[in-house]
Design a protein. Structure first.
Length: 66
């Protein structure tokens, strides 16, 4: 699952517009409220994407796909 989270994080960050990507890459420990909001949003989106991928793969890996 950790690999899915990492892949989802990378894909999510790659898809960001430049100003959000700048915050994530250049200000990861910022205490600025806007920076924290962007970081939370990106983390939430990446987690949702990873969990979606995990649900899609689970039936295939278990042999229960139809």
């Amino acid at each position: 699952m950790a690999k899915l989270y990492e892949k989802a994080w990378n894909q999510t960050v790659q898809g960001l517009n430049d100003w959000k990507k700048n915050i994530i890459i250049n200000h990861p420990l910022s205490t600025d409220r806007m920076h924290q909001d962007v970081s939370r949003e990106v983390a939430r989106d990446a987690a949702r994407l990873a969990e979606q991928w995990d649900k899609e793969e689970a039936p295939i890996l278990s042999g229960n796909h139809n």
